[in-house]
Design a protein around this ligand. Structure first.
Ligand code: ADP
Ligand code: MG
Length: 156
């Protein structure tokens, strides 16, 4: 059984993201999977807040990757692979694979579309709408570092 958490409104999802952001270290990658409206951008907004980013975070659907500077000096890359037709090839062409190995942290929406470009260690988070305002988040760590991150977020 994978560890899961349930949030009951947008604020709870953002707060969970902020807790994740506070724990993230350079090199960490969150691979978000879930339908439109599942809460991927909402969670990312929280991650940005946890990293001390004051700028508004919107879905980078049209620009594919947005870069923010965190209060701790390293960048946050926020990618959205929804609109990539041949996702892995196009993501590689815009250098997303390099960004995921960069000294920053990264959050990728529709990460299953660029599975082959994800670094060996990444934390996959699947978001599922249970009803209008409840979301189930399932944490699937790949690698030792993301297992530690998942453990700290799920068990405190
Ligand atoms: P995605 O990026 O996965 O397409 P968004 O984060 O942009 O999703 O949007 C999520 C939508 O679901 C928003 O309209 C938000 O208000 C709504 N919502 C309702 N309940 C929740 C919840 N528990 N967590 C996150 N979003 C929620
Ligand atoms: Mg989104």
């Amino acid at each position: 059984m994978q560890p899961t958490l349930i949030t009951h409104n947008e604020t709870e999802t953002e707060t969970l993201g902020a807790a994740l952001g506070q724990l993230m270290q350079p090199g960490d990658v969150l691979a978000l999977v879930g339908d439109l409206g599942a809460g991927k951008t909402c969670l990312t907004r929280g991650v940005a807040r946890g990293l001390g980013i004051d700028e508004p975070v919107t879905s980078p659907t049209f620009i594919l990757v947005a870069e923010y500077t965190t209060a701790r000096g390293f960048p946050l890359y926020h990618a959205d692979c929804y609109r990539l037709e041949r996702a892995a090839a196009e993501a590689q062409a815009i250098g997303l694979d390099d960004l995921l190995l960069d000294d920053g942290v990264a959050v990728v929406e529709w990460a299953e579309r660029i599975e082959s470009l994800l670094p060996a260690d990444h934390l996959r988070i699947t978001l599922t709408a249970l009803d209008d305002t409840s979301r189930e988040l399932t944490f699937m760590p790949h690698g030792a570092r993301s297992a530690e991150l998942a453990r700290r977020i799920v068990h405190g």
